[in-house]
Design a protein around this ligand. Sequence first.
Ligand code: SF4
Length: 295
Amino acid sequence: MSKCYMCPRACGADRSAEAGACGVRENMRIACADLHFFEEPVISGTRGSGTVFFCGCSLGCVFCQNRDISRGEMPGREINERELADIMLSLEARGAHNINLVTGAHFVSKIATALEMVKGKLSVPVVYNSSGYELPRSLKMLDGLVDIYLPDYKYFSPEISDKYSNAPDYSERAEAALAEMFSQVGKCELGEDGLLKRGMIVRHLVLPSCRADSIAVLERISEILPKNDILVSIMSQYTPEFASDCEFRELHRRVTRFEYDSVLDVADRLGLSGFSQARTSASGVYTPNFKEDNM
Ligand code: SF4
């Protein structure tokens, strides 16, 4: 790797010598690899999703619930492609319904190499869990290697995405990324066990004071994607504790029932199907403990 242009930040860092805007150098670093039970039911099932959390992030939202691993001093350890392949196989051996790769946009070429190594050996679906802030040309490296895409569509307004993620181009980038993801995996297919085998779930986290933007996001999803072929997951788990030191006071509270329910009503009106959350999920218990040794 010389200069890196793997994600929309296009910061051009020489990651052999320094970290990029994503906060990490060229070697993959993971914080946690374990069975995880708090994804959508078609992903977590009864035995859990075999989840690998990568350190660093190319988006860097001010309210990030994984901030312990996405910025600053990061826990965990460095791994190479062979080790990632072995971790995936061991998670399957532990009973994982699928392998769930979380926020790996800044390591996508190495992830693709590891997935090539397990091709034909891994018998559970591979899930690629993404902020949505990705480049189609980078995602093409995963074509034929990923079965399920789990991208966010976080913001529509450039003002809001600039304010909270320093990414005024977020919605145009996410829409291009989602189109590429859908072109690779196509419509959702459930197995006989009721779990997702292939397809795409688009996630949206409702933020406090951003109801109109959430509605705009859902409208865009219904315009740019075949809504009968995807699932949409509307999340209420926004946790203000993770934004307590940020300057935006509107983020210092939970989402109200009115805000969340009115966004769900719009999803209904648009004919989007998928998942919603109980408001009790707006708590730190749904955030993995990255300080435990679970690798
Ligand atoms: S992946 Fe990291 S180093 Fe590469 S362009 Fe994006 S932010 Fe910069």
